[in-house]
Design a protein around this ligand. Structure first.
Ligand code: TYM
Length: 332
């Protein structure tokens, strides 16, 4: 059986990178898979979150996912902390994963920065909790952006070592699904940095909550270079900011970068940005309006999350019970 699991941190605004790299694929996968989508609040607190804001952001992220087209009648949508299996399985996996494996995780190095000694233990352990998220449901496929690839390899290593150590064929080796043209959307201010929720400059990202005016302003000020658009992807790839905008255009319009270049090669960025803005607004404005409509009824969002958590718990609980039996915990 095929089962999808994926998650997003409710640690700030959902942005265009989340949308193109993940959420849009999550919506499409609902047609063919059983899908479990999670607002990973346990992951969010690996870096400081204001408690009142965390709760509000979790609700807002839920509204974002629903607005994008996650259907809570078929897919399961919930926040992680409500289902104890995530934290419990993470503990067992802490005793399976090796320090050396975690020491190699590039995202920890990026997030901890120079002040490694002062990073939370949770931030270091973050990928182990991710493995628990996925394997608590024995998910077979995980749709993510490019940046999560290394974490998913770790999840496979943990599953494999667990199976080997205990002599079982219990956990599946999960496959990443890195889909679409925009698997790594970059900052609008710096083509070498990933678009992220935590970038200090709001002009570096397009949020799903941005108005049409804000989108226009951000794209207008997005960094480019003085040359016209090239006629080949090879040339484009030498120009990170141009490549990023063309990739965004391609993904939003369900085209390839070559299609986009065929239309725009030789033209300047002013014209390209005008058309990109039109396209971005036409895709994002309906999402934005739907998000606002949903946010007007927080009780309804909370009901979706509560029901989702009950359904998630019903899947994870027997899997965790089986893990306890395999490990040898006494259950007399
Ligand atoms: P998070 O919250 O950083 O991002 C959610 C999803 O969006 C993708 N993404 C991007 N894709 C393209 N370009 C970007 N600039 C960009 N920024 C983010 C991410 O790849 C991700 O798919 N650790 C995860 C959440 C998580 C998870 C899991 C994912 C927790 N447990 C289990 C899969 C399975 C994260 O921080 O995502």
């Amino acid at each position: 059986m095929n089962r999808i699991f994926s998650g997003v941190q409710p640690s700030g605004n959902l942005h265009l990178g989340n949308y193109l790299g993940a959420l849009r694929n999550w919506v499409r996968l609902q047609r063919d898979y059983e899908c479990i989508y999670c607002l990973v609040d346990l992951h969010a607190i690996t870096q400081w979150q204001e408690p009142a804001q965390l709760a509000a952001q979790t609700r807002e992220a839920a509204a974002g996912l629903l607005a994008c087209g996650i259907d809570p009648k078929t897919s399961i949508l919930f926040n992680q902390s409500r289902v104890p299996a995530h934290a419990e399985l993470a503990w067992v996996f802490n005793c399976v994963a090796r320090m050396g494996w975690l020491n190699r995780m590039t995202q920890f190095k990026e997030k901890a920065g120079k002040d490694r000694e002062n990073a939370s233990v949770g931030l270091f352990d973050y990928p182990v909790l991710m493995a628990a998220d996925i394997l608590a449901y024995k998910a077979t496929h995980v749709p993510v952006g490019e940046d999560q690839k290394q974490h998913l390899e770790l999840a496979r290593d943990i599953a494999q070592k667990f199976n080997h150590d205990f002599g079982v064929e219990f956990f599946p080796l999960t496959e990443p699904l890195i889909l679409g043209e925009a698997t790594r959307v970059m900052s609008l201010r710096d083509g070498s940095k990933k678009m992220s929720k935590t970038d200090a400059s709001d002009h570096s990202r397009i949020n799903l909550t941005d108005t049409a005016d804000a989108i226009a302003d951000k794209l207008k000020r997005a960094k480019t270079d003085p040359l016209p658009l090239p006629d080949s992807v090879e040339e484009l790839e030498k120009r990170p900011e141009a490549d990023n905008l063309v990739t965004i255009y391609a993904a939003l319009g369900d085209k390839t970068r070559s299609d986009v270049l065929r239309h725009f090669s030789g033209k300047g960025f002013a014209e390209f940005k005008r058309e990109l803005t039109e396209l971005a607004v036409s895709v994002l404005s309906p999402l934005n309006a739907e998000m606002r409509r949903l946010m007007a009824d927080p009780g309804a969002i909370d009901t979706v999350l509560r029901r989702g958590a009950e359904r998630a718990d019903a899947i994870a609980r027997p899997i965790l019970a089986e893990v306890h039996r395999i490990v040898g915990f006494l259950r007399a």
